[in-house]
Design a protein around this ligand. Structure first.
Ligand code: AMP
Ligand code: GLY
Length: 427
C-alpha cells in the first residue's frame, strides 16, 4: 500500500515513523518532508509544497496512492480535502467548511455559542474603538486573538488594559495581514491546559490518549510563547471524570453539531482545553489536525497501528477500529534554536543524533536540512527528542539524557517538560 503524507515537521516525521511500522504499508511518500524522514524505511520525500493541491492530486492519481493524510492546517483550510474528494481520491482530513473551526476563531466561537459548548465569553470586532470600549468594560487579564491563521502567533494573553489595547491596534493595523482584520476578544480562563485529540468520522469518534504541551520557551513556563517546547502523554489533569465530561459535553456535541450544520468532520479534531480546579473544562481552541509537539510522544505511546484508524474513519467504519497505548508515559523535548521564537537557526552543523538514539530513544526532525552531505539547522524548532517509560519521571530522564547528546551552536531545550504532571503524581 502506498501512502502520501503532506507536511514537513516533527509531527509528520512521527506520523511517518509510525505508519511505516504497518506491514501493509509498502511505500510512503512525504511532500515535502524533511531529512529525518528520508532515513525511515519505506519513506521517500517528494518535492511538492503543502499548498500545491494540483501537484499533490496529480501525484496521488499517478502513483496509485491508497490514502493521503494531511499534517498541517493550511492546506485543510484551503480545501485540499474537497479537491481530492471531488476527484475520487481517498484523503484523511476535514473539508474546508469543517476546517473553519481552526481557520476562523470568530467562526469557532460563534459555533460554540450556538451549540452551548463551554468556552470563554467573547466578542468580535473589526474596529479598534468598540474593541477598546469592551476591553475597558471587562478589565484585565483578557485575551486578544487574530481571527485567521497566524502560525500560532495570533494570541496575546494581556495582563493589563494597555497591553490589550495595544494588541488590538497592532492586529487591526495589519500585523497578521488579512488574518488579523477581525479580532476575537475573550475572557481570561484560569486553570490547567490539556490537549484532547480524537479521530473523528461524522458522528463517530475515538479519543486518542490525552497530552499536554508547554508553549512558553523557558523553564517554569516563562519567556515568550512558542509553537510548543515539549509535550507528554498522558496528562493526569484529565482524570477519568474529566475525560467523560469532555466527551459528553464538548467532543460529541461538537461533531454532532458539525454534522447537523451540514459540514460533517473527518480527520483529527484537536480540542485545546482549560480545566479549572473543579474539573470543569472550557474550549480554548479547536485545531483540525494533530498537535505539534503532542504527536511525537503520542506516536511513541501508540501500541496499535495508526493506519487502520485512519482507514476506518475514511470508510465510515470507525467503531470497528481500536487503539491501544503503552500504559506508562511518553515525552517529547523540543531542541530549538537559541534565536527561537523571534528567529531561527540556519546552516549550523548538528551533531549527536546517533548518540541520542543509541540510548534507545527516538529523535524526530523538524527544522533540518542537508547541506554538503551534512545535517544542518533550518528552523526554530529543529528536533524533538522522545522517550517512553514506565512513568513520566522515567521517560523525562531518558529523553533528557538523549537531548544532552545533541549539539549545534546555540541549541537549547527545556529541563522541566511535564513538571505539572510530575508534581501532581508525586504530591
Ligand atoms: P490558542 O492559539 O487559541 O490556543 O491560544 C494560545 C494560547 O493562549 C493557549 O494555549 C493558552 O495558553 C492561551 N489562551 C488562549 N485563550 C485563552 C483564554 N481564554 N484564557 C487563558 N489563556 C488563553
Ligand atoms: N501544540 C499546539 C498545536 O499544535 O497547536
Amino acid at each position: 500500500m502506498h501512502l502520501l503524507l503532506i507536511g514537513s515537521g516533527g509531527r509528520e516525521h512521527a506520523m511517518v515513523w509510525k505508519l511505516a511500522q504497518s506491514d501493509s504499508v509498502t511505500r510512503i511518500s512525504v511532500a515535502p518532508g524533511n531529512p529525518g524522514m528520508q532515513q525511515e524505511s519505506k519513506v521517500a520525500t517528494v518535492d511538492i509544497a503543502v499548498n500545491d493541491s494540483t501537484a499533490l492530486l496529480d501525484f496521488a492519481e499517478n502513483e496509485s496512492v491508497h490514502l493521503t493524510i494531511v499534517g498541517p492546517e493550511v492546506p485543510l483550510v484551503a480545501g485540499i480535502v474537497n479537491r481530492f474528494e471531488e476527484a475520487g481520491q481517498r484523503i484523511f482530513g476535514p473539508t474546508s467548511a469543517a476546517a473553519q473551526l481552526e481557520g476562523s476563531k470568530a467562526f469557532a466561537k460563534d459555533f460554540m455559542a450556538r451549540h452551548a459548548i463551554p468556552t470563554a465569553a467573547y466578542a468580535t470586532f473589526t474596529e479598534a474603538g468598540p474593541a477598546i470600549d469592551w476591553i475597558r468594560q471587562r478589565g484585565a487579564p483578557i485575551v486578544i486573538k487574530a481571527d485567521g491563521l497566524a502560525a500560532g502567533k495570533g494570541v496575546v494573553v494581556a495582563q493589563s488594559i494597555d497591553e490589550a489595547c495595544e494588541a488590538v491596534r497592532t492586529m487591526l493595523a495589519g500585523q497578521f495581514g488579512q488574518a488579523g482584520s477581525q479580532v476575537v476578544i475573550e475572557e481570561f480562563l484560569a486553570g490547567e491546559e490539556a490537549s484532547f485529540i480524537a479521530v473523528v468520522s461524522g458522528r463517530q469518534c475515538i479519543p486518542l490518549a490525552t497530552s499536554q504541551d508547554h508553549k512558553a520557551r523557558d523553564d517554569g513556563d516563562s519567556g515568550p510563547n512558542t509553537g510548543g517546547m515539549g509535550a507528554y502523554s498522558p496528562a493526569p489533569v484529565v482524570t477519568d471524570a474529566v475525560h467523560s465530561h469532555v466527551v459528553a459535553d464538548i467532543l460529541q456535541p461538537t461533531i454532532d453539531a458539525l454534522a447537523d450544520d451540514g459540514m460533517p468532520f473527518t480527520g483529527f479534531l484537536y480540542v485545546g482545553l482549560m480545566i479549572d480546579q473543579h474539573g470543569l473544562a472550557n474550549v480554548v481552541e479547536y485545531n483540525v489536525r494533530l498537535g505539534d509537539p503532542e504527536t511525537q510522544p503520542l506516536m511513541l505511546r501508540m501500541r496499535s497501528e495508526l493506519l487502520p484508524l485512519l482507514d476506518h474513519a475514511v470508510n465510515g467504519t470507525l467503531p470497528d477500529a481500536t487503539v491501544e497505548w503503552h500504559p506508562g508515559s511518553a515525552i517529547g523535548i523540543v531542541v530549538a534554536a537559541g534565536e527561537y521564537p523571534a528567529g531561527s537557526s540556519k546552516g549550523e552543523l548538528i551533531t549527536g543524533i546517533e548518540q541520542a538514539e543509541a540510548h534507545g530513544n527516538k529523535v524526530f526532525h523538524a527544522g533540518t536540512r542537508i547541506e554538503n552531505d551534512q545535517l544542518v539547522t533550518a528552523g526554530g524548532r529543529v528536533l524533538c527528542v522522545t522517550a517512553v517509560g514506565e512513568n513520566l519521571a522515567e521517560a523525562k530522564r531518558a529523553a533528557e539524557t538523549s537531548a544532552s547528546c545533541i549539539r549545534w551552536k546555540g541549541c537549547r531545550y527545556r529541563r522541566d517538560i511535564g513538571h505539572r504532571a510530575i508534581t501532581r503524581l508525586t504530591s
